[in-house]
Ligand binder design. Structure first.
Ligand code: NAD
Ligand code: WQD
Length: 338
């Protein structure tokens, strides 16, 4: 039986495929490569020494999905596929709802048709909005979400909860990721944003490699110790390992479960810059800019539930995240080249 990984050619998906294959799982990847490259999976194959079964397909394409479910013995699905750029989602809400919501509905419907009722869904700390308390536990009420991307995560959580409520044969694990950064330690795989990065770490590494001149720090007047926002950065390999644990949990038929995946440690923007400089010896010129709309001041998790129930805990610290991000960027200044 296989684990079908939608979005498996992407940043988190490709690292998860490595961990799944290393754990002896059979993996089938479905990705339309809208934000990724076929090359990422070739690199996975080099690392694991195992072929990756890959279907280039859009999850909105019901006929194609049925073909895949006809051919493969799918036990469960890890659903990464989706568009994820917050700013772009404000400009193109319809594209985001079509891709993320409609695409997911087509996927869930196909799963039901083939009696595959086990799913792990990539959710996000964004569902907490501006959290009502930190560290954020899974009981923290969901907050006001200000962009369509975040709303798709919140809606898909609710949709899966309703599906499971109506049919207890479904097993659903919602994983709320905090801020994934870092890269595979081989330096051959990592995050490969198209165009100018929106997120902090890819921006920093592109400044470090000379593709961008200077980092803008979005606000230094927040109510935090150094005035910059605090986030819970988590190494992508730790995050990937969390999915392997979630697969084991899914086999115990949990019904519905939700877990925060983070380290539990908050770091400010200036902490990340300093840590990157210390880990790599590369200076990051920066300039303080106005606050970015929609940023919450402080967001970090209580990772205790995942530790207790999944037996998972993040292993890597910010220094290691910076070292690995840098190794990837330095060795692959243009990212993956197909
Ligand atoms: P990514 O863009 O690298 O990966 C997503 C993959 O999905 C890409 O390979 C893309 O080509 C594919 N895809 C998109 N739409 C598709 C469609 N209709 N059909 C088939 N494939 C499609 O992003 P990522 O950072 O690896 O994120 C993976 C998941 O985790 C996403 O759902 C994202 O929203 C979620 N997430 C990411 C973060 C983060 O900071 N990176 C944080 C929280 C949650
Ligand atoms: C981190 C910090 C910025 C860029 C986003 C999504 C969230 C989730 C993870 C998917 C913030 C600051 C950033 C820059 C900066 N994704 N920053 N200069 O916003 O915490 O989370 O990715 O679900 O939904 O919103 O991550 O990396 O963009 O920002 O100063 O050039 O770095 O203001 O404080 P964020 P990020």
């Amino acid at each position: 039986m296989s684990i079908l990984v939608t979005g498996g050619a992407g940043y988190i998906g490709s690292h998860t495929v490595i961990e799944l294959q290393n754990a002896g799982e059979e993996v089938v990847v479905v990705d339309n490569l809208v934000n990724s490259s076929r090359e990422s999976l070739r690199r996975v194959e080099k690392i694991t020494g195992k072929p990756v079964k890959f279907y280039e397909a859009d999850i909105n394409d019901a006929a194609k999905l049925e073909e895949i479910f006809d051919r493969e013995a799918v036990e469960s699905v890890i659903h990464f596929a989706g568009l994820k750029a917050v700013g772009e989602s404000v400009e193109k809400p319809l594209e985001y709802y079509m891709n993320n919501i409609s695409g997911s509905l087509v996927l869930f419907n196909t799963m039901r048709k083939y009696n595959v009722k086990n799913i792990i869904f990539s959710s996000s700390a964004t569902v907490y909005g501006n959290p009502s308390f930190v560290p954020i536990t899974e009981e923290c009420p969901k907050g006001k979400i200000t962009n369509p991307y975040g709303k798709t995560k919140e809606m898909l959580e609710e949709i899966l909860i309703d599906i499971q409520k109506a049919d207890s044969e479904w097993n659903v694990i919602l994983l709320r990721y905090f801020n994934p950064i870092g890269a595979h330690e081989s330096g051959t795989m990592g995050e490969n944003p198209r165009g100018i990065p929106n997120n902090l770490m890819p921006y920093i590494t592109q400044v470090a490699v000379g593709k961008l001149k200077k980092l803008g720090v979005f606000g230094d007047d927040y109510d935090t110790p150094d005035g910059t926002c605090i986030r819970d950065y988590i190494h992508v390999v730790d995050l990937a390992a969390g999915h392997v644990k979630a697969v084991s949990k899914l086999r115990k038929k949990p019904g519905i479960s939700v877990y925060n995946l983070g380290t539990g440690t908050g770091s400010s923007v200036l902490d990340v810059i300093k840590s990157f400089e210390a880990a790599t010896g590369v200076k990051i010129p920066y300039e303080v800019k106005p606050r970015r709309a929609g940023d919450v001041p402080v967001c970090y998790c209580d990772a205790g539930k995942a530790a207790r129930e999944l037996g998972w805990k993040a292993q890597y610290d910010l220094k290691k995240m910076c070292e690995d991000s840098w190794r990837w960027q330095k060795n692959n200044p243009e990212g993956y080249v197909d």
